[in-house]
Write a new protein. Structure first.
Lengths: 299, 153
């Protein structure tokens, strides 16, 4: 059982992603649905996605193998023998989705995590290609540690990885403006295009909201849910948008920003750590604003 | 290894296909911001519009007393930023107009497309390359008016 192997759905789904991407372009152009594509933005997003896959391949036998080894180690000392029944897959998916919520939230609230995740938010467009605009350095955030307890409980590491890939596959489909709101019951339970549009907004009221992967119930539970307001259309992108389509600059610009801040002369160790692990927008002299401060200002 | 190469070839072909498709659909053209577009974008980002302004084919520049506000095309969308003199590496003439090179990794250059590069360069130099001691950033100014009042102000 310890040799269990399951497919990585998110990585194998490239043909599906491209088919839906073309389908969305046709829907937008032919039927004038909401949303938009721009050539350089789309290609930048696709190159970020390709780079993300390539970094996974390059690091498969080193960093990713070590992370896998960590899960296997925790699984060896598991609390329960849960096996591989169907309900374990369901349990793994729900627990994995809860872990995803907190990983995602940390990626927004801690600048070191944001340096990786900012890539995904760096487009001013919101379409299926935005879903593929992924970080090349996700492993560096250290957030993989949050899944260790799931293995320790007794969920096989392969099932954890499978659940995550299923979760990411689902999330591809919420990155669209062509779908309005779904049935209220679906909107109440699941992350939907409407909820996730809010998450990608740089309007102050939409900042740091709707972190859900598949189940929006986590946001409702932990107080981060914000509904889409028809009176305030979502503006996509960053609070301070980047002015480049260069994939390398998109991939590392926030790391460069951290390095510049951390090595500023005359700072205390605490201030240097603040620039690394404080919330995005934190500054030692108050010259910048965090999203919480922006929201307080708006209120 | 073979399957990996096939996978990568598929991605490369698909990427090229998407590029061609978007190009054929005219989705590769840059925005050309009108004065109203630019003012609205500044307003949405809570930025001041200053005293004087000039336009190029892809941007509008605002004199913010020691800083320059820029609203420029970034693909289809508009991008705003305030350029401070200390952020400027150089202002250069290019084939299509003027390039303002910046000390900003996320936005290394602002390219201004224009048929009159000399006028734009003079305007920029007068505001960005002087030794004037500049006042506090206008970023701190807060919006308190409606858009119409703001534009008229």
């Amino acid at each position: 059982m310890d040799d269990l192997t399951l497919p990585d759905i998110a990585a194998l789904a490239a043909p599906v992603y491209f088919a839906f991407l073309v389908f969305e372009i046709i829907i937008i152009v032919r039927f004038r649905r909401a949303g938009g594509y721009e050539r350089r933005d789309t290609v930048a997003s696709l190159l970020m996605g390709t780079g993300s896959i390539l970094s996974g391949i390059l690091l498969a036998s080193t960093v990713l193998a070590a992370i896998g080894g960590l899960y296997t180690f925790a699984y060896q000392y598991r609390l329960f023998d849960l096996g591989t029944s169907w309900w374990v897959f369901v349990l793994a998916f729900v627990l994995g989705d809860l872990v995803y919520y907190w990983v995602h939230r940390l990626e927004h609230e801690v600048r070191w995590g944001w340096a990786s995740h900012v890539v995904h938010h760096s487009s001013q467009h919101y379409n299926f290609s935005t879903a593929l605009r992924q970080s090349w350095f996700k492993f560096a955030t250290g957030t993989f540690l949050l899944s260790v307890p799931v293995a320790w409980i007794g969920v096989h590491p392969a099932i954890i990885a499978f659940s995550l890939s299923l979760n990411l596959f689902y999330q591809f489909f919420v990155h669209t403006e062509t779908v309005g709101r779904l049935h209220p019951w679906i909107e109440a339970i699941f992350n939907t295009p409407s909820h996730h549009r809010v998450h990608h907004g740089n309007n102050v009221r939409y900042l740091d909201a709707n972190y859900a992967g598949t189940l929006i119930v986590w946001d409702r539970l932990f107080g981060t849910f914000v509904p889409e307001d028809d009176d305030e259309p979502v503006r996509y992108g960053l609070v301070k948008d980047i002015g480049t389509f260069n994939p390398l600059r998109i991939a590392v610009h926030e790391y460069v920003g951290i390095a510049r801040d951390v090595f500023m002369p005359g700072l205390s160790l605490k201030e240097r750590l603040g620039y690394m692990f404080g919330p995005p927008g934190w500054s030692h002299d108050g010259s910048r604003q965090t999203s919480r401060q922006m929201k307080a200002g708006e209120a | 290894m073979d399957s990996l190469l096939v996978y990568l070839a598929f991605i490369a072909l698909s990427l090229g296909g998407v590029w061609v498709l978007l190009d054929r659909l005219g989705l590769g053209e840059e925005a050309q911001p009108s004065e109203l577009d630019a003012e609205r974008t500044l307003y949405e980002h809570n930025l001041p519009n200053g005293d004087g302004a000039i336009s190029t084919d892809n941007a509008r520049l605002y004199d913010l007393s020691g800083h320059v506000g820029v609203v420029r095309a970034h693909g289809h969308r508009l991008l705003t930023r305030i350029i401070r003199p200390q952020e400027v590496r150089s202002v250069e003439r290019t084939k299509r107009g003027v390039a303002v090179r910046l000390r900003d990794f996320g936005e290394p250059a602002v390219l201004l497309i224009t048929d009159e590069p000399d006028g734009v360069m003079d305007w920029l130099r007068a505001r960005l390359m002087s030794d004037t001691i500049h006042g506090p950033s206008p970023l701190g100014e807060l919006r308190a008016k409606s858009f119409d009042e703001w534009v008229g102000a």
